[in-house]
Ligand binder design. Structure first.
Ligand code: PLP
Length: 228
């Protein structure tokens, strides 16, 4: 299978998932997760109309960015160490993985140095897996209220990495719970916070995630094949 036909297939699955629940396909943004994949694969994705790419390592963004610069919108989707913020702050459209106050504070600080307001998502550990990063569900609101006061970040929504499951249906209750948190936070009308983005769903479960309200899906394997 080629990258082109993989992307076409994903687009039609996105359309079908939207149709199932009466959503418009424009409500869902596809992020092509390019981690570990070479420049050539990314060039192919670009020529197929991919606009958004996701990486989980700072070093990979640094290495790849010069080849594409703003031809892509870059998403940081992996765990971020505070000492590495500086090297990506001028490159990334959206940081999905904000999971602690110190990180939010230092993103705001580094953004201020380049006169940027950095868009971020708050990562939620909705399934309460010990191995996963993210804020626990019952702490999300308090966290957002505090982080929202930082001057150079703008909180745009929530992100989660659901458990790996054989059957995507197993994650449906998790996605549903995330959507509920998303709606709850939205209803609080917190200053400087908009709940526009709900980033959830990967190769194995993106259709279910869309049916449950995802606005961004992060897909690697289904586009580029297995990673080494
Ligand atoms: C790798 C990764 C993805 C993509 O996973 P696939 O199963 O290959 O689609 C999505 N989100 C995050 C945070 C990842 O690290």
């Amino acid at each position: 299978m080629s990258i082109k036909s993989n992307i076409e297939e994903i687009h039609s699955k996105v359309i079908e998932a939207c149709r199932q629940v009466g959503r418009r396909q424009e409500e869902v943004t596809l992020i092509a997760v390019t981690k570990t994949k070479p420049i050539e694969a990314m060039e192919q994705a670009l020529s197929c109309g991919i606009i958004h790419v996701g990486e989980n390592k700072v070093q990979e963004i640094i290495n790849k960015y010069p080849h594409f610069e703003n031809n892509f919108k870059w998403h940081m989707i992996g765990h971020l160490q505070t000492n590495k913020i500086k090297s990506i702050i001028d490159k990334v459209e959206l940081i999905h993985s904000v999971d602690r106050m110190k990180l939010a504070q230092l993103i705001s600080l580094e953004a201020s140095k380049i006169n940027k307001v950095q868009n971020i998502l708050i990562q939620v550990n909705i399934a309460e897996e010990e191995t996963k990063f993210g804020i626990e569900k019952n702490e999300v609101e308090a966290f957002i209220k505090e982080a929202a006061q930082l001057p150079n970040i703008c909180i745009k929504g929530l992100m989660t990495v659901a458990p790996f499951v054989e059957d995507a249906e197993e994650n449906r209750p998790i996605f549903r719970e995330m959507f509920q948190v998303f709606v709850d936070i939205n209803s609080k009308n917190i200053d400087n916070v908009t709940m526009d983005v709900l980033s959830m769903g990967m190769t194995n479960d993106f259709e279910v995630a869309i049916e449950e309200g995802a606005t961004m899906v992060r897909i690697g394997t289904a586009i580029f094949g297995e990673r080494n």
